[in-house]
Design a protein around this ligand. Structure first.
Ligand SMILES: [Zn+2]
Length: 191
Protein backbone atom coordinates (compact mmCIF):
# COMPACT_ATOMS: atom_id res chain seq x y z
CA UNK A 1 0.00 0.00 0.00
CA UNK A 2 1.38 3.41 -0.79
CA UNK A 3 1.46 6.45 1.41
CA UNK A 4 -0.61 8.26 -1.12
CA UNK A 5 -1.81 11.32 0.80
CA UNK A 6 1.59 12.29 2.12
CA UNK A 7 3.21 11.26 -1.12
CA UNK A 8 0.97 13.47 -3.25
CA UNK A 9 1.46 16.41 -0.91
CA UNK A 10 5.16 15.79 -0.53
CA UNK A 11 6.05 14.72 -4.03
CA UNK A 12 6.91 18.07 -5.57
CA UNK A 13 8.87 19.27 -2.56
CA UNK A 14 10.63 15.94 -2.30
CA UNK A 15 11.70 16.10 -5.94
CA UNK A 16 13.00 19.64 -5.62
CA UNK A 17 14.69 19.26 -2.27
CA UNK A 18 16.04 15.75 -2.42
CA UNK A 19 16.72 14.35 -5.87
CA UNK A 20 18.77 11.51 -4.39
CA UNK A 21 15.82 10.31 -2.31
CA UNK A 22 13.57 10.53 -5.38
CA UNK A 23 16.06 8.46 -7.39
CA UNK A 24 16.04 5.80 -4.68
CA UNK A 25 12.23 5.82 -4.68
CA UNK A 26 12.10 5.27 -8.44
CA UNK A 27 14.70 2.52 -8.24
CA UNK A 28 12.69 0.77 -5.51
CA UNK A 29 9.46 1.09 -7.51
CA UNK A 30 11.21 -0.45 -10.52
CA UNK A 31 11.81 -3.58 -8.43
CA UNK A 32 8.13 -3.89 -7.48
CA UNK A 33 5.84 -5.79 -9.88
CA UNK A 34 3.46 -3.44 -11.63
CA UNK A 35 -0.14 -4.07 -12.67
CA UNK A 36 -1.06 -6.15 -14.69
CA UNK A 37 1.92 -8.43 -13.82
CA UNK A 38 0.66 -12.02 -13.48
CA UNK A 39 2.26 -12.49 -10.04
CA UNK A 40 -0.16 -9.93 -8.61
CA UNK A 41 -3.10 -12.21 -9.43
CA UNK A 42 -1.62 -15.36 -7.90
CA UNK A 43 -2.27 -16.80 -4.46
CA UNK A 44 0.87 -17.25 -2.38
CA UNK A 45 1.80 -20.50 -0.60
CA UNK A 46 2.27 -20.85 3.16
CA UNK A 47 5.85 -20.46 4.39
CA UNK A 48 7.14 -23.72 5.89
CA UNK A 49 10.81 -23.01 6.35
CA UNK A 50 12.00 -20.20 8.64
CA UNK A 51 15.58 -19.84 7.44
CA UNK A 52 18.14 -17.12 6.66
CA UNK A 53 16.64 -16.66 3.20
CA UNK A 54 13.32 -15.70 4.75
CA UNK A 55 14.99 -13.20 7.11
CA UNK A 56 16.85 -11.69 4.14
CA UNK A 57 13.65 -11.48 2.11
CA UNK A 58 11.86 -9.71 4.98
CA UNK A 59 14.74 -7.22 5.33
CA UNK A 60 14.80 -6.54 1.60
CA UNK A 61 11.04 -5.99 1.55
CA UNK A 62 11.17 -3.57 4.51
CA UNK A 63 13.88 -1.58 2.77
CA UNK A 64 12.02 -1.52 -0.55
CA UNK A 65 8.81 -0.47 1.19
CA UNK A 66 10.53 2.49 2.85
CA UNK A 67 12.46 3.54 -0.23
CA UNK A 68 9.25 3.39 -2.30
CA UNK A 69 7.44 5.56 0.33
CA UNK A 70 5.04 2.72 1.06
CA UNK A 71 3.36 1.65 4.28
CA UNK A 72 3.02 -2.02 3.33
CA UNK A 73 4.41 -4.49 0.81
CA UNK A 74 3.45 -8.11 0.12
CA UNK A 75 5.82 -10.80 -1.17
CA UNK A 76 3.72 -11.30 -4.33
CA UNK A 77 4.57 -7.69 -5.21
CA UNK A 78 8.23 -8.66 -5.52
CA UNK A 79 7.34 -11.84 -7.41
CA UNK A 80 7.76 -14.19 -4.45
CA UNK A 81 4.70 -16.43 -4.02
CA UNK A 82 5.08 -16.95 -0.27
CA UNK A 83 2.64 -15.81 2.40
CA UNK A 84 4.48 -12.90 3.93
CA UNK A 85 4.07 -9.14 4.03
CA UNK A 86 5.73 -6.21 5.73
CA UNK A 87 3.80 -3.26 7.13
CA UNK A 88 3.62 -0.70 9.90
CA UNK A 89 1.39 -1.83 12.78
CA UNK A 90 1.88 1.60 14.41
CA UNK A 91 3.67 4.88 13.71
CA UNK A 92 7.09 3.62 14.84
CA UNK A 93 7.62 0.05 13.73
CA UNK A 94 7.90 -1.88 10.50
CA UNK A 95 7.38 -5.61 10.89
CA UNK A 96 7.15 -8.73 8.77
CA UNK A 97 4.16 -11.04 9.23
CA UNK A 98 4.54 -14.57 7.90
CA UNK A 99 1.49 -16.77 7.21
CA UNK A 100 -0.74 -13.88 8.30
CA UNK A 101 -4.35 -14.49 9.16
CA UNK A 102 -7.02 -11.99 10.03
CA UNK A 103 -8.83 -13.88 12.77
CA UNK A 104 -11.27 -11.18 13.82
CA UNK A 105 -12.76 -8.22 12.01
CA UNK A 106 -15.21 -5.63 13.22
CA UNK A 107 -18.59 -5.43 11.57
CA UNK A 108 -18.15 -1.69 11.53
CA UNK A 109 -16.55 -0.61 8.26
CA UNK A 110 -15.21 2.52 6.70
CA UNK A 111 -14.63 3.60 3.09
CA UNK A 112 -11.40 5.42 2.23
CA UNK A 113 -9.14 5.88 -0.78
CA UNK A 114 -6.28 3.40 -1.11
CA UNK A 115 -3.14 3.48 -3.20
CA UNK A 116 -0.88 0.56 -4.10
CA UNK A 117 2.83 0.41 -4.91
CA UNK A 118 1.94 -2.00 -7.76
CA UNK A 119 -0.80 0.23 -9.20
CA UNK A 120 0.86 3.61 -9.33
CA UNK A 121 -0.94 6.84 -10.04
CA UNK A 122 -4.45 5.77 -9.08
CA UNK A 123 -6.39 5.62 -5.83
CA UNK A 124 -9.75 3.94 -5.37
CA UNK A 125 -12.26 3.88 -2.51
CA UNK A 126 -12.33 0.58 -0.63
CA UNK A 127 -14.60 -0.52 2.19
CA UNK A 128 -12.66 -2.21 5.01
CA UNK A 129 -13.33 -3.33 8.56
CA UNK A 130 -12.43 -0.62 11.02
CA UNK A 131 -10.72 -3.03 13.42
CA UNK A 132 -8.99 -6.35 12.82
CA UNK A 133 -6.93 -8.86 14.75
CA UNK A 134 -3.98 -10.15 12.76
CA UNK A 135 -2.01 -13.23 13.81
CA UNK A 136 0.95 -14.98 12.24
CA UNK A 137 4.66 -15.35 12.83
CA UNK A 138 7.58 -13.00 12.48
CA UNK A 139 10.44 -13.84 10.11
CA UNK A 140 12.16 -15.82 12.91
CA UNK A 141 9.13 -18.04 13.52
CA UNK A 142 7.87 -16.36 16.71
CA UNK A 143 4.11 -15.95 17.10
CA UNK A 144 2.81 -12.42 16.64
CA UNK A 145 -0.60 -10.90 17.24
CA UNK A 146 -1.65 -7.36 16.34
CA UNK A 147 -4.87 -5.61 17.32
CA UNK A 148 -5.21 -2.96 14.64
CA UNK A 149 -7.59 -0.14 13.91
CA UNK A 150 -8.18 2.59 11.35
CA UNK A 151 -5.34 3.19 8.96
CA UNK A 152 -3.24 0.27 10.29
CA UNK A 153 -6.16 -2.17 10.05
CA UNK A 154 -6.81 -1.00 6.48
CA UNK A 155 -3.20 -1.59 5.53
CA UNK A 156 -3.17 -5.14 6.98
CA UNK A 157 -6.34 -5.99 5.03
CA UNK A 158 -4.86 -4.60 1.80
CA UNK A 159 -1.62 -6.61 2.24
CA UNK A 160 -3.44 -9.81 3.26
CA UNK A 161 -5.52 -9.50 0.07
CA UNK A 162 -2.31 -9.37 -2.01
CA UNK A 163 -1.38 -12.85 -0.76
CA UNK A 164 -4.66 -14.16 -2.21
CA UNK A 165 -4.08 -12.38 -5.53
CA UNK A 166 -6.78 -9.83 -4.69
CA UNK A 167 -6.14 -6.18 -5.57
CA UNK A 168 -7.81 -2.97 -4.44
CA UNK A 169 -9.30 -2.82 -7.96
CA UNK A 170 -11.24 -5.99 -7.13
CA UNK A 171 -12.61 -4.39 -3.95
CA UNK A 172 -13.75 -1.03 -5.24
CA UNK A 173 -16.93 0.15 -6.95
CA UNK A 174 -17.55 -0.63 -10.62
CA UNK A 175 -17.31 3.07 -11.41
CA UNK A 176 -14.00 3.64 -9.60
CA UNK A 177 -12.58 0.50 -11.22
CA UNK A 178 -13.57 1.75 -14.67
CA UNK A 179 -11.96 5.12 -14.01
CA UNK A 180 -8.78 3.52 -12.68
CA UNK A 181 -8.50 1.20 -15.68
CA UNK A 182 -8.97 4.16 -18.01
CA UNK A 183 -5.79 5.61 -16.48
CA UNK A 184 -3.91 2.28 -16.36
CA UNK A 185 -4.73 0.76 -19.76
CA UNK A 186 -3.16 3.39 -22.06
CA UNK A 187 -0.01 3.14 -19.94
CA UNK A 188 0.09 -0.64 -20.41
CA UNK A 189 -0.05 -0.23 -24.19
CA UNK A 190 2.75 2.36 -24.09
CA UNK A 191 5.02 0.07 -22.10
ZN1 LIG B 1 -0.95 -3.01 -2.80
Amino acid sequence: MSEHDEEIEGQVIEQELDPERETRRRFALAQIRQYPDAALKMAARPVELFDDELVKLAERMKQLMHEASGIGLAATQVGVLQRLFVFQPNDEDTVAVVNPEIVERSEETDVADEGCLSIQGVTVPVERSLEVTLVGKDEHGQDVRYELEGYFARCAQHEADHLDGVLMLDRTTAEARREALAVLRPRIVLQ
